[in-house]
Design a protein around this ligand. Structure first.
Ligand code: P53
Length: 476
């Protein structure tokens, strides 16, 4: 008997803005990803005031999947994928976000894509909002600072739920909705919520208000989706990794617990339908005076999700510091320290396969819901030699994580429904805007400067992952 359930969703994951390109094709509007420049390991991506000449915007062309989708889907089928996670670019459907009528050409593109996938037996898994809201909603409405966003988002959700009700079963509302809990990271507030931080404002209050509107919008979308098709499986999606205490000192243990609470409260609300006690207390103590209505609280209760999707890349170590202001944070430069027991990727992300099993256990105990690992992988530099890419480091990373998934299922009784490794076809990094931070089993010939033929090549990990899928995880 196989460890993995017989209908386990082996797949691959991407997001529209990081791989589609075609940023102005067929009426698409400008998204927040279209105004972000390229960076690298040392250089932060910049958010520009609209599209400026002479800047490099890597998402504009990305890997041009928009114009290659048929050949690419054929390659995904050859890889053996049973599931394919992507997002719907909101700006293809509502270019500005506040129109009355959707853009038919944008809707048609996803009809064609889903038909192509389904004809090859590949199940689409769709994120509604993955760091790509219409930029117009930022300039006109202030992004998710504004309650009106709930209407714009639920309208977008209704239109696509209705249109694809017979083609898509697995949905997620907001990608990594919890990234912004590290609110000192301005990039996360922009990518999650379209918020440009103003000097002298209380960023923490702004973050909690925007997050509240998003969990309400998510809960409304869950109800709308279930009304349209009761078979829809609609999930939350968080970035998750354990926060380990730096030492057995109870102060560090408490700090690690707090870091986990701050990082996961979105799942508490989306799964249990209510705010956790510590956070209700925190809102009162800080006197944020948030716009949270009684109706909102009913909506949260009525719109709980069917499963928890999450990304897993790394774990973190945190220590207590004698500074009250950092008590209620996830981690930051003051509290996070390196883990001497683990190796790191070239981008400094701690590689921790056992941490994935730990997380699967922790989430099962806390939520008792089906779990879906919708992102995992190693960002690395690849070398092409005679048309081949020998990425044994990537195979090792994925194998070790799959081994821990098998233990979590077999030994720990975790209900894991699928695994879609991130960026299984090379794409633009969200964090750095680079092409050369590669996660793929399929290589795409394009570099950080934007040069290359866009030709697709199979890496060694391609044949390896194909064998994993065809043996349902028995042959790693
Ligand atoms: P990149 C960290 C930083 C930025 C985005 O990240 C992240 C994370 C991980 O928690 O989120 C996801 O491209 C995200 C993807 C992204 C992927 O991680 O910076 O959902 O859009 O590409 C990998 O290496």
């Amino acid at each position: 008997m196989s460890t993995f359930p017989k209908d386990f969703l082996w797949g691959g994951a991407v997001a529209a803005h990081q791989f589609e390109g075609g940023w102005q094709a067929d009426g698409k509007g400008v998204s927040i990803a279209d105004v972000m420049t390229a960076g690298d390991n040392q250089t932060k991506r910049r958010i520009t005031d609209g599209i400026l000449p002479d800047e490099n915007y890597p998402n504009h062309e990305a890997i041009d999947f928009y114009h290659h989708y048929k050949e690419d889907v054929a390659l995904f089928a050859e890889l053996g994928l049973k599931a394919f996670r992507t997002s719907i670019a909101w700006t293809r459907i509502f270019p500005n976000g506040d129109e009355d009528e959707p853009n038919e050409a944008g809707l048609q593109f996803y009809d064609d894509l889903f038909d192509e996938l389904l004809s090859k037996g590949i199940e689409p898994v769709i994120t509604l909002s993955h760091f790509e809201m219409p930029y117009h909603l930022v300039t006109e409405y202030g992004g998710w600072r504004n309650r009106k966003m709930i209407d714009f988002f639920t309208k977008f959700a209704s239109v696509v739920f209705q249109r694809y009700r017979n083609k898509v079963k697995y949905w997620m509302t907001f990608n990594e909705i919890n990234n912004q809990s590290a609110m000192m990271n301005e990039w996360s507030l922009f990518t999650n919520s379209g918020i440009v931080v103003k000097p002298d404002e209380d960023v923490e209050r702004v973050m909690y208000q925007a997050s509240h509107y998003e969990v309400v919008a998510s809960a409304l979308a869950v109800q709308i989706g279930h009304d349209i098709n009761p078979n829809f499986q609609i999930g939350a999606m968080l970035a998750l990794g354990p926060a380990y205490p730096a030492s057995p000192d109870p102060k560090d243990i408490m700090k690690a617990e707090r870091a986990m609470q701050v990082n996961t409260w979105y799942a508490d609300v989306q799964i249990k339908g209510r705010y956790p006690a510590w956070l209700r207390q925190y809102f009162k103590q800080r006197q944020f005076d948030l716009d949270i209505t009684l109706t909102d609280l009913d909506v949260l209760q009525a719109g709980t999700v069917d499963y928890l999707g999450f990304s897993y890349y790394a774990s973190h170590v945190v220590q207590a510091v004698a500074d009250e202001r950092v008590d209620f944070t996830t981690r930051d430069e003051k509290t996070e320290i390196p883990n001497p027991t683990l190796a790191a990727s070239d981008w400094g992300w701690m590689i921790d396969p056992i941490g994935l099993r730990y997380m699967l256990n922790w989430l099962t105990d806390r939520y008792e819901l089906p779990l879906f690992i919708v992102e995992n992988g190693l960002g690395a530099f690849d070398k092409v030699e005679d048309g081949q890419i020998h990425d044994d480091y990537r195979i090792d990373y994925l194998r070790q994580h799959i081994e821990q998934m098998a233990l979590a299922i077999n030994v720990d009784g975790v209900n894991l429904i699928g695994y879609t490794p991130w960026g299984f076809i090379d794409l633009v990094s969200a964090g750095t805007g680079q092409m050369d931070k590669r996660y793929g089993m399929i290589y795409v010939d394009k570099n950080d400067a934007g040069e290359g033929s866009l030709k697709r090549l199979k890496k060694d990990s391609f044949a390896w992952f194909n064998q994993v899928i065809t043996t349902n995880g028995d042959n790693l």
